[in-house]
Design a binder for this molecule. Sequence first.
Ligand SMILES: *[C@@H]1O[C@H](CO)[C@@H](O)[C@H](O)[C@H]1NC(C)=O
Ligand SMILES: *[C@@H]1O[C@H](CO)[C@@H](O)[C@H](O)[C@H]1NC(C)=O
Length: 773
Amino acid sequence: MAASCWRHLAWRHLTTTFIIILVALAEGQRLPDGFLESLPLPHEGSSSRHIFFTSITYPLSCEAFTMKGGLFGEDLPWREGRQAFRAFVAQAPHAISFEQQDTMSRFAWRLSSCWCSCGSCPDLLRVCPIGAVTALGLMQLSVSMSAASRVASFINMQSTCAHMDPYVLILRLPPWSELINTGWPVFGMMYRIAQQLRADGLLEENLDDIFATQLSHGAQAPSWRRGAKTFCQLLGYGHGPEESACPLAQAAALLGQAVQGPDAAEAVLRRAQHLVYGLLPRVPGVSECMQAQNLHLGLMLSSHGRMLLEGLYRLQLHLESWFQSPPGDAGPQKICPVGGAQWQGEWLLETDLLKDFQAELEKSTVQWAQPVPATATPPRAREAWVCTLFAGPELPWRQMALHVELIRTLAYSIHRVSLQPRPFVVLTEASLPMDLQEELLAEGFRLEFFHAPTLAMKVPSGYEWKLGWFQGRKLTPTMGQLAVWNLTSYDTLVMLDDDMLMIQASDELFSIPVFAMSHDPMPLWSEAMGQSKQSRLNNAARVVHPNKRLFRRMVKQLQSGGYRNHPLINFWGYDLQSLEDTFWGLESSRLGIARFAHSGHFRGCDPRLPGIASRRAQLGLLTGDWPEENKTAPVDPVFAHPMHCVLPADYNFFVDFKSLFSMIYFGVHDPKQFSTRSLIKRTTDFLYRSGSLVGGPKILHWPGSLRKPWERIHPRVRSGWDHLWWDAHERMCLQSRVGCRIACTSPEKQSWRDRERARDARSQAGVPFVSGF
Ligand SMILES: *[C@@H]1O[C@H](CO)[C@@H](O)[C@H](O)[C@H]1NC(C)=O
Ligand SMILES: *[C@@H]1O[C@H](CO)[C@@H](O)[C@H](O)[C@H]1NC(C)=O
């Protein structure tokens, strides 16, 4: 490894590049034609499907990884590397200690290691594209031992361009307005390199000769008048005052406006990027790849370019103080629930996709929805809403307190829209701390307790690995939710998860006389197993008629391990949802979705099952040959043999990025064939036409362990649905007697100006350029 890595030093040099390509070929990693175009970088919604399947939690900042997707690079120390790079670029060049330099170098090597003939570069770029590009950039400061070799590697006289060049890749990364929010010091890296080049003696005046020599290798004559002193002149922007019309000068000047405040920044960044990258066709170079390299070389050497890079770096620090949520909490009584979502800005693009989806859904709703009226009939004797609150002794108080606040928000949303008031039961454990119990009682909740040891999740030996769901949530495996069947002091219960929000009255659920559970509109497993007739249950919403006998039988069956080799369990893992799905699939017949009459009363359940029936039918929507729905009368399950029904997606509508994203790209092999908008439209139509959605979302759901609305602290990264959650939360807190805990400090608002002042003071003191380190 060492030999090929050290050759990587002067990797822009002809022979070296050649060696690298040979090494890559030998390793079976040939970069095929069009490789660059096919990179699934996150800004390319259409091909970033893989990003989802790598289960990379925060694909831009690479802050945390949950499950591994088997890609090279997932185990690399991205977080530590990012910290080292940030520390490095934040130091004035003369103040860099040997240790800092050494640390930066080590991480730069590791995070770009696919070039050292180990690992896969396409994988690496999928796993953490921005981190990899930053590392590749810093390699240039790390590998060159002398000013001469640094300069030689920069000016690329041979015009041999590698597509793994950071300045070529950078054009494929998300737009500046996103890059700047990912925590990776991309612009700081470029600014540092620019400083170093200057210290090494490379000047803007040299560009003229460099480009002319490059072109002569490609037997091309320069297209500009030789003797150009500046990059702008070389690009055709005249001399003297005319030069101020140069887009680089404009872009640098624009940035001055961006630092006036974070709100201006996004628009200014878009405009500045447009100005700079719009220059690309004018930049000399024997190929597009070389033009990309030369553009960045020009940026680094020209005074306007350096001003721009410095401005971008400073702006990034500003924006971070705005978008970055403090990992700590806002006070002893406050909880800032950001988790790994410190770099809030990395969700900008996702948020925009969610907004597009919501807009398209509204159009499909107008076209396809059959309104589902809620019944205003007063409750029959004993009805209630229920939510489970895990409160095992292993859980920290703050986690339970957070969930108490989520349940209160859900209950508030239900109370606000429901036609009839019903009690709200919190199904929890006796170990729930007294202060939280009292809080819930004071807010009008009823408490019921389940006995956790009786409901322990028992996994047959050798199957412990199937407990992934609980491990991911740091929970002791238990089936606490099943205890809803044990609450026989109620006739009908509707149980919801605490990551849900009701936006329209759903009183009609209480009129369903049989067990009913929500479904996943995208039952991938059925396809994987060649079964297309079964909807997959999703246990976030359910209608339950408590029954102790059934409860005991279910617990016994689930604890027996009898389902351990069931295909559903094998495919999805040993989680409660799949176990329940298996139990109900074997115990009774599954009908389609519950239907309601205009009065809002239960009418029966469809014979047809909702959701994606087959890939072909689903793709049919793209070409418009979707089969007409068969109008069959609903079946009343009460009079048939044991049956259960499926709830329409109206009562469990997924609004998180991961679910919608995978639904949008489901079954699409060649995303480039379709515009994202047409795929979104296909999905929203599909939800109605496949029978999953009937009248439109009534209860929203943010499934999965990430991307919860309460993690979206910054308003700019909230979808319309996230805003609804925050609105309900805020109103709930206002009318609450006990107050709320979710809060994140935003010290940035005061310190924006302070930081600026401190920085100004420092730059006035002058940061001298030094050569070397
Ligand atoms: C079921 O309810 C009874 C009270 O009706 C309670 O004693 C028992 O602990 C409950 N079982 C579980 C597993 O929670
Ligand atoms: C509609 O019903 C007919 C007759 O039962 C059946 O052949 C056809 O496959 C059904 N179509 C759909 C879309 O379910």
